[in-house]
Design a protein around this ligand. Structure first.
Ligand code: ADP
Length: 484
């Protein structure tokens, strides 16, 4: 049976102007469970005209929503938080069905996702401006913030709930209406969130959801429409670059959360057991399918064997299977292509001289499972040290001193997050400041927090989501000069 948990039937139509619609073409696309490869739903497949309708709806709602009192916006968002927590279990199971992650990961995601509604319900009423005297003394400089305008929100499949709420909540809090375009692999969670927002009192057109198997065409057309003023994208660096180019034509304000290649650095003076525990979180949260996932482990030579041995033991003991089954800690990858890509990365590393300590293979049979894998003695040129692995594979490299490891950590076009383990807090802070990333986990394996600015530098992105910064991405300063 599909969706065996109690809860409403999943929504499978487009959500436009407060209505559930099949889309102009009447076509639908299949959604698969990556653990069983079974089709679990057929979702409305939006065409370019549906994207235009969503823009019409967002435009019709925009003046009223921007003029809605911040307190009212806050109350709606707070209600969405409560509703999401009430429905946490069926939502978590829905995520497992369409994404594959283990149920514990899906439950954490729902709590994390809902928290964006609560956080931005609190931020909605705390948008302040400035007033000052101009240096010449004859006029006043008055600055407040206005909504940036209609926002297109494009999300990936790895956190189908949290990536949606991380964008929708600040957009609504700021007074922007929006259109969410979720990933083709995981549209059901996005539609379920739309239903929650509708129930919470979001007016028709303020949030629209367009599911499509033709993202490039539908999004490309929307980016040509001058009514669209904001693009907030989370996904691969390659697609991010394409969208930045397209957004240039209408000079659309862009926030970009792109790929990562996070180093996880363990110094000799670290608490090794704590470092291994955090390594498991940084590597295996979401089965390794996270842009924040530790992608390369640099361990100081004196503790490399101890760390690698303990990490290998923990990885080898992970229970792999259908995320809904009891005790399962690692679900499947999203699709067959992901399995094959990771398999190639591991094989190339081994051919280049890396030693395989555990795992290393695609699990035969139904479902897109890959064994939890640890490699050591990985050669510096190996592709998996330079590309985002996005799966349960941990390559370990030994290092000798701080300058060497900082240079290695920075030897990448990415700059999202780094992890550092040391008992010397001064050294930890120094290294954190030398590494070119937007975020650092110092003696922590998890940095994501709705109250903190999430984002990267270099080719990992532009802008920040979460915290006080997140709402600013949907606001523009408005300066009024007043003669005194
Ligand atoms: P991932 O590797 O995580 O799937 P992608 O960058 O491929 O990341 O996808 C992230 C989001 O961007 C998804 O919603 C996907 O449908 C969308 N997307 C992919 N290609 C395009 C494109 N050319 N134009 C607009 N959106 C796209």
């Amino acid at each position: 049976m599909l969706f065996p948990s109690p809860g409403p039937e999943p929504k499978t139509d487009l959500f436009i102007a407060g209505q559930w619609r099949p889309g102009v073409s009447g076509k639908r696309f299949a959604v698969y469970n990556p653990a069983t490869e079974a089709v679990i739903a057929h979702v409305a497949d939006a065409a370019i005209a549906d994207g235009a309708s969503a823009l019409d709806a967002a435009e019709d709602a925009s003046v009223r929503w921007a003029a809605t009192a911040p307190r009212r916006r806050a109350e709606i968002l707070r209600c969405a938080f409560d509703l999401m927590m009430e429905q946490a279990e069926p939502l978590a199971r829905m995520i497992v069905e369409e994404n594959g992650k283990a149920l514990a990961d899906a439950r954490s995601e729902i709590a994390y996702a809902a928290e964006f509604f609560r956080w931005y319900s609190e931020e909605a009423v705390r948008v302040f401006g400035d007033i000052g005297l101009a240096p010449g003394g004859r006029n006043s400089i008055v600055v407040d913030h206005q909504p940036v305008g209609i926002a297109l929100l494009i999300t990936p499949w790895n956190f189908p709930a949290a990536m949606a709420t991380r964008k929708i909540a600040p957009a609504l809090a700021a007074g922007c209406t929006c259109i969410l375009k979720p990933a083709e692999a995981t549209p059901l969670t996005a539609l379920a969130i739309a239903a929650i927002l509708q129930e919470a009192g979001v007016p028709a057109g303020a949030v629209n959801v367009v599911t499509t198997s033709s993202s490039a065409a539908v999004v490309g057309a929307m980016l040509k429409d001058p009514r669209l003023r904001k693009l907030s994208f989370t996904g691969s660096t390659a697609v991010g670059r394409t969208l930045l180019r397209q957004a240039a034509d209408q000079v659309i304000d862009c926030s970009m959360e792109l790929g990562g290649n996070a180093p996880f650095i363990v110094f000799e003076d670290a608490d090794i057991d704590a470092a291994v525990a955090d390594a498991m979180i940084a590597k295996m949260r979401n089965g390794g399918e996270a842009c924040t996932a530790a992608n390369r482990f640099y361990v100081q030579r004196g503790v490399a064997d101890e760390f690698t041995g303990k990490l290998t033991e923990r990885m080898a003991a992970l229970q792999v299977g259908n995320g809904l089954d009891d005790g399962v800690e690692l679900g499947p990858l999203i699709d067959r292509r992901a399995c094959e890509r990771i398999d190639a990365l591991v094989r190339e590393a081994v051919e280049g001289g890396a030693r395989l300590l555990t795992g290393g293979r695609i699990v035969p049979g139904k479902g897109h499972f890959f064994e939890p894998t640890v490699l050591c003695d990985v050669p510096a040129g190996a592709r998996l040290l330079h590309e985002e692995i996005f799966g349960p594979v941990a390559p370990v490299v030994a290092f000798d001193d701080e300058d060497e490891v900082v240079a290695k950590a920075n030897d990448t076009e990415y700059g999202l997050v780094a992890y550092v383990h040391t008992r010397d807090i001064g050294k930890g802070l120094r290294v954190a400041r030398r590494i070119e990333t937007g975020m650092v986990g110092l003696n922590r394996g998890l940095v994501s927090d709705p109250a903190a600015p999430f984002g990267g530098c270099k080719q990992s992105g532009i802008g920040r989501e979460g915290g006080q910064h997140g709402i600013m991405a949907f606001l523009e300063p408005r300066y009024v000069a007043v003669t005194l």
